[in-house]
Design a protein around this ligand. Structure first.
Ligand SMILES: [Zn+2]
Ligand SMILES: [Zn+2]
Length: 365
């Protein structure tokens, strides 16, 4: 899911560059992974946000293009824009036709930063891509939805390779210049007639350098399939169809990229006696027609156990009684909804001789 860089740094949309820098410094200091209370995930997020907002040009693009921009960036550097290799391809074509220097300069000027300054200036961190979000369904009992619960889940995901810690390099390997592109990150395919198209080097993916030995376990991707066990806190009051987002529990990105999020979609099992409408619990109770006429006390089943309900004299079938605060807790704060009991007056279908006599007397009254 798209994250708001301003939110991550805790600054307003119209914060000055100085304010952004100050916020970044403070947060980076606070969450640095080397600190005892450090948080690597958070630290990476802060860095990612600052890389964009700390640069006035990139910030302008972010303000304009928002999360589309962020997505383009997170999916492997600026590959979204670099995918339009046509531009550099044209530049090459013109240069090869002895007409190119100015043209390329213009392109660089206009699009330079937009394209991340071209793949030549890309760094390894920019190359790391954010892992994908994942989703799963979790079915819980009616009661757990009311009172909340902790559920253990187990799922498979792309996790960080434990051999290379996500770098994709064999431990102890060195960084060397890519021999395929000679460090430029680009290879030029000649099409003949002086035309050529440059494209991202397939060996180093445009970085210009690579490790001399790749990790054998993850084949340089930095990720391996892993089983993960988690305890999910189900908040009291959650409703069927609502989702819980576990930030950073999705797939881990390639080569040290941030992990995506895990979305857990909640399904609530139905209850044999209770229905739910918003924060109210609804149930039906049968009462005898004599109790309806005379009034009296009766036991009513609620999610909290049995509760005594006072039936007033002359109660009609279909009357709804409210048991206050016996309903569903509000997710966003204190208090609970109510339990609503609809009473159904049952007319007896079989009568004893005595009952019949009494009713006949009653009818004559
Ligand atoms: Zn590895
Ligand atoms: Zn290369």
């Amino acid at each position: 899911m798209a994250k708001d860089y301003y939110e991550i740094l805790g600054v307003s949309k119209n914060a000055s560059q100085d304010e952004i820098k100050a916020a970044f410094r403070k947060l980076a200091h606070q969450h640095h992974p080397d600190k005892s209370h450090g948080n690597e995930q958070k630290f990476k997020e802060i860095n990612e946000a600052y890389q964009v907002l700390g640069n006035p040009e990139k910030r302008k693009q972010y303000d304009q293009f928002g999360h589309t921009f962020e997505q383009a960036q997170s999916q492997g550097g600026y590959s979204g824009f670099n995918g339009s290799q046509g531009f550099s391809g044209f530049a090459d074509a013109f240069r090869n036709g002895n007409n190119g220097q100015n043209f390329e300069f213009d392109l660089g000027d206009i699009f330079g930063d937009f394209f991340g300054g071209g793949s030549r200036s890309r760094t390894k961190t920019e190359r790391a891509s954010r892992g994908s979000d994942m989703e799963m369904e979790l079915t819980i009992d009616f009661r757990d939805a009311i009172f909340g619960a902790e559920k253990e889940i187990e799922f498979g995901r792309n996790g960080k390779c434990d051999v290379c810690s996500g770098s994709g390099a064999e431990p102890g390997s060195r960084v060397i210049k890519c021999s395929t592109c000679k460090g430029s990150g680009q290879v030029v395919k000649t099409m003949g007639f002086g035309f050529g198209f440059s494209s991202v080097c397939p060996e180093c993916q445009g970085v210009g350098e690579r490790y001399d030995k790749v990790c054998k376990k993850c084949h340089a991707t930095g990720v391996v399939k892993q089983k993960r066990k988690l305890t999910v806190k189900i908040p009291a009051g959650i409703e069927n169809g609502q989702s819980i987002r576990l930030s950073g529990e999705g797939a881990v990105g390639a080569r040290g990229g941030l992990a995506g999020d895990l979305y857990i979609h909640i399904k609530v099992k139905s209850h044999p006696r209770f229905n739910r409408e918003g924060n109210n619990i609804i149930s039906k109770e049968d009462i005898t027609f004599s109790k309806a006429a005379l009034g009296g006390n009766m036991d009513v089943e609620t999610i909290d156990g049995r509760v005594e309900l006072k039936i007033p004299e002359g109660t009609q079938s279909g009357t709804i009684f409210k048991l206050r605060t016996k309903g569903v807790p509000y997710l966003e704060g204190h208090g609970r909804g109510d339990h609503l009991v609809e009473v159904i007056v049952r007319t007896p279908s079989r009568l004893s001789r005595k009952q019949r006599q009494i009713l006949e007397e009653f009818e004559k009254e």
